[in-house]
Design a protein around this ligand. Structure first.
Ligand code: SUD
Ligand code: ADP
Length: 293
């Protein structure tokens, strides 16, 4: 059995994000079409004698037991009585607390790595069941691609693969808490919900124009109101691209574009018009889950 493994974990966007109801436990029933994109973190895992050590190049990522990597490792070590340890070297490229599921995808990679390094022989479904105990977005990250997420986001159905769609991601220089956004959502005040069936049709017919036209995120109702900077950013990105959309609970805004040329052009304009604390990345949809490098 090998002692080291290097994995890539991909960011996600929400092509649609609908919230149907608030549950008694404070969580919300959602309906989301989730999509991985070509923006990834690199994680190098190695067995060590004991402990869970996290090393990262990103100053905002905690390296203690609040890191989702730590939580994922601790959970599997406990369940399977593993007494050795693990060192994880995280190269962070996915913006943090951005609505792009960076931490969730790192946790998914950790489950995959430990399964492989210690020969636990868990199937992807068995890993996803365990992932749901750590965070709502983590099960999706295991298989990635295009999936419909229901329940609190952990019940998944693999959908027709999205066509290649280019986008420009703009992450402003502040974080938005997912719990705060859900906590400030008043469903009684919302009467327009995303039409996921139209996006499903677009996926079936590989029509990126239809997918883009009907893409929609209900949480914009909360985040754009509470953070006027995100509203202004969305308007700016919208004026330069086919359409702008917020990812997850925000604050990242993405603009759909027709191809790599237009993407780079829009990126250049935004780099000139926004201050350099904004993180601007050209990306595209992909069909990748956790992947060995
Ligand atoms: C909004 C979404 C859309 O993909 O993503 P992000 O913006 O975080 O990337 C997800 O629903 C977020 O998933 P994730 O960030 O994994 O959520 P968790 O860690 O499980 O929960 C953080 C907090 O968000 C709230 N929460 C989360 C999921 C859900 N279905 N209902 C909720 O009310 C709860 O208050 C919870 O305490
Ligand atoms: N491995 C990790 N990478 C990034 N953030 C992490 C990680 N583990 C825990 N966190 C914490 O989780 C929070 C949410 O991060 P992240 O998953 O990047 O965003 P989001 O939930 O918006 O998609 C951050 O505030 C960060 O401090």
């Amino acid at each position: 059995m090998v002692d080291n493994i290097d994995l890539k974990s991909y960011a996600k966007i929400n092509l649609t994000l609908d919230v149907l109801a608030k549950r008694k436990d404070g969580y919300h029933e959602v309906e989301m079409i989730m999509q991985t994109i070509d923006l990834s973190d690199k994680l190098s895992f190695s067995k060590i004698k004991k402990g869970i050590e996290i090393i990262t190049d990103h100053p905002d990522v905690p390296t203690d037991n609040s890191n989702l990597i730590y939580k994922a490792a601790k959970m599997l070590f406990g369940e399977f009585g593993i007494t050795e340890g693990i060192r994880v070297n995280l190269t962070k490229r996915i913006p943090v607390a951005a609505g792009l599921a960076g931490g969730s995808s790192n946790a998914a990679a950790t489950l995959v790595a430990i399964n492989q390094l210690w020969g636990l022989n868990l199937s992807k479904e068995e890993l996803a069941t365990r992932a749901a105990n750590l965070g709502a977005d983590i099960p999706f990250c295991i298989n990635g691609g295009t999936q419909l997420a229901t329940g609190i986001g952990t019940e998944l159905k693999i959908l027709d693969q999205a066509p290649e769609i280019y986008l420009v991601l703009v992450n402003p220089p502040f974080e938005v808490s997912t719990a705060e956004v859900y906590g400030n959502l008043d469903l009684h005040k919302i009467n327009i919900h995303p039409n996921k069936d139209k996006v499903l049709e677009g996926l079936k017919d590989k029509r990126s124009d239809i997918i883009i036209k009907w893409s929609s995120n209900l949480l914009e109702n909360v985040t754009l109101k509470r953070y006027p900077d995100v509203k202004r950013l969305k308007e700016k990105v919208d004026s330069l691209t086919s359409k702008a959309l917020m990812s997850g609970s925000g604050p990242t805004v993405l603009g759909f574009v027709r191809g790599i040329k237009e993407a780079n052009k829009v990126k250049n304009i935004l780099e000139q018009e926004l201050d350099n604390k904004h993180h601007i990345v050209v990306s595209k949809t992909n069909n990748k889950g956790i992947e060995e490098i």
